[in-house]
Design a protein around this ligand. Structure first.
Ligand SMILES: Nc1ncnc2c1ncn2[C@@H]1O[C@H](COP(=O)(O)OP(=O)(O)OP(=O)(O)O)[C@@H](O)[C@H]1O
Length: 385
C-alpha cells in the first residue's frame, strides 16, 4: 500500500433486492484525504458510504483499507466511524456518555474513557457541557457531540453522511469549517456525502460526482468546476444555461457555424474531444456578459455571441439576473446593471467559460441543416473570431 491507495474500492456494485444502485465503482482515496461524494438525490451516495462502512454488502467488487480486504467484515471491525445527518445521539445520556459510548462498547477502562472524552470535549469546544443532555444543546453542539463520539474511537476513516443538513445556514458554515480544520489537524481520511455543491467545493480535496450509481467525474474542486467532463457534470456544477450549436473541428479550434440565434465563432479546442455536428454548449449565468443588441464594440476572439430579448429581470442580490429568450431557449445572465424588459440584447460567453459537448447526433454529416425550431442557419451575420 502507498499513501495514495489507503482506501481502495474496486468494481463495487451494490443494491437493494433486485435493484442495482451502484455499478462497478472504482475509487481510490489517499490517507488523510477529504473526499466529497456529490450527486443528485437517489444517485447512490449514501449507498456507497454505507457500503464502505459495512452496512450494505456489495454484490460485486472489493473494499480494501491499507491493503486489508474489509469487504466481508462487519462495520465495527473496519476502523471507521460514521456520522449521520440526524446526529443519532442517545437522548437519555449526557454529552460525556454519548462521546464515550463507542469506547465503552469497546470495553476500554473507565479512566481511559474519561480522559479521552475530556480530550474530545476540548477538541470540539464542548468543555463544560459534559453533563448536559442532547436536548439541552443547540443543533451545532449536538453535531459536534456526534463528531466527538465518532472521533473518540480513533477511527482510520471518518464517514460523514450529510452531517450538516439539519443545521441552519449560519451554523452550517461554522461547523463546515470546524470539521475541515479538525480533519486536517488529525490527518484523518474522510468521505463526506453531500448534495450541496458549495459544501463539497469548500470542504473537499477531491470531489467525486455520482450519476445513477456511476462515477461521472472526479477531481479537485477547481477541476470539476472549470473542466467538467460531460454536460451532466457541467449542469450539476452550475452551468445550467444550455444552447445547441453546430460546428466542426479544425486544427486547434472548433468552428461554430452561425445559427438562428448565434454568430459564427472559433473556439480554441484546448484538448476537447469534439466531432463535426451538433454540440451542447453550457455556461453559468455569471460567466456571460450582457450587452445591448446595438453594442458597437467587437466581440473578443473565441467568444460565443447569442442574440435574444430580455423576458424578465430580478435582483437576487449583488447582480441583476436576466432571463433572456434566445430562440427556443431561456438563458439566465447576471449583470451589474439592469436591462429593460423586452430589450434586445446580445449575450457574450468567453471561450474559457463555455463548455462544449458533442451530442449523440454529432457524427452525421448533413449538407443542409435544420436548427431546432425549424429555422435555417446563417440568420445572423458571421463575425470573424
Ligand atoms: N434500504 C433501501 N431499500 C431499498 N431501496 C433503497 C434503500 N435505500 C436506498 N434505496 C434506493 O436506492 C437508491 C439510492 O439511494 P441513496 O440513499 O444511496 O441515494 P442518495 O444519493 O444518498 O440520495 P439522497 O441525496 O436523496 O440521500 C434510491 O433509488 C433509493 O430509493
Amino acid at each position: 500500500m502507498t499513501k495514495e491507495n489507503f482506501l481502495q474500492l474496486s468494481g463495487v456494485s451494490a443494491g437493494y433486492g433486485a435493484s442495482r444502485v451502484l455499478d462497478g465503482i472504482d475509487l481510490t482515496i489517499a490517507k488523510g484525504e477529504f473526499v466529497a461524494l456529490l450527486g443528485s438525490s437517489g444517485c447512490g451516495k449514501t449507498t456507497l458510504l454505507r457500503a464502505i462502512a459495512g452496512f450494505v454488502a456489495p454484490s460485486a467488487g472489493s473494499i480494501k483499507v491499507a491493503d486489508r480486504d474489509v469487504t466481508g467484515l462487519p462495520p465495527d471491525k473496519r476502523g471507521m466511524a460514521l456520522v449521520f445527518q440526524s446526529y443519532a445521539l442517545w437522548p437519555h445520556m449526557t454529552v460525556a456518555q454519548n462521546i464515550g459510548y463507542g469506547l465503552k462498547l469497546q470495553r476500554h477502562p473507565r479512566a481511559e474513557i474519561t480522559r479521552r472524552v475530556g480530550e474530545m470535549e476540548k477538541l470540539l469546544g464542548l468543555s463544560g457541557l459534559g453533563d448536559r443532555k442532547p436536548v439541552q444543546l443547540s443543533g451545532g453542539q449536538r453535531q459536534r457531540v456526534a463528531l466527538g463520539r465518532a472521533l473518540a474511537i480513533d477511527p482510520e476513516i471518518l464517514l460523514l453522511d450529510e452531517p450538516l443538513s439539519n443545521l441552519d445556514v449560519r451554523i452550517r458554515l461554522t461547523v463546515r469549517h470546524e470539521i475541515r480544520v479538525l480533519q486536517k489537524r488529525l490527518g484523518i481520511t474522510a468521505v463526506h456525502v453531500t448534495h450541496d455543491r458549495e459544501e463539497a467545493m469548500v470542504m473537499a480535496d477531491r470531489i467525486v460526482i455520482l450519476d445513477s450509481g456511476r462515477i461521472a467525474q472526479q477531481g479537485t474542486p477547481e477541476a470539476v468546476y472549470n473542466r467538467p467532463a460531460s454536460a451532466f457534470v457541467a449542469a450539476f456544477m452550475g452551468a445550467e444555461n444550455r444552447v445547441e450549436l453546430w460546428g466542426q473541428p479544425s486544427p486547434g479550434r472548433f468552428e461554430i457555424e452561425a445559427g438562428p440565434a448565434n454568430a459564427a465563432c472559433a473556439v480554441p479546442l484546448d484538448g476537447r474531444a469534439l466531432s463535426r455536428g451538433f454540440v451542447e454548449a453550457r455556461f453559468r449565468a455569471e460567466a456571460a456578459q450582457l450587452v445591448p443588441a446595438n453594442a458597437a464594440d467587437s466581440v473578443a476572439a473565441g467568444s460565443l455571441e447569442l442574440s435574444g430579448h430580455v423576458e424578465s429581470v430580478s435582483y437576487p442580490g449583488g447582480l441583476w439576473r436576466h432571463a433572456v429568450r434566445v430562440g427556443d431557449d431561456m438563458i439566465l445572465v447576471d449583470a451589474h446593471k439592469a436591462f429593460g424588459q423586452g430589450e434586445a440584447v446580445k449575450i457574450r460567453i468567453p471561450s474559457d467559460v463555455l463548455f462544449l459537448f458533442s451530442t449523440p447526433e454529432a457524427q452525421p454529416l448533413a449538407s443542409t441543416r435544420s436548427w431546432p425550431g425549424g429555422a435555417k442557419s446563417r440568420s445572423l451575420e458571421t463575425s470573424e473570431a
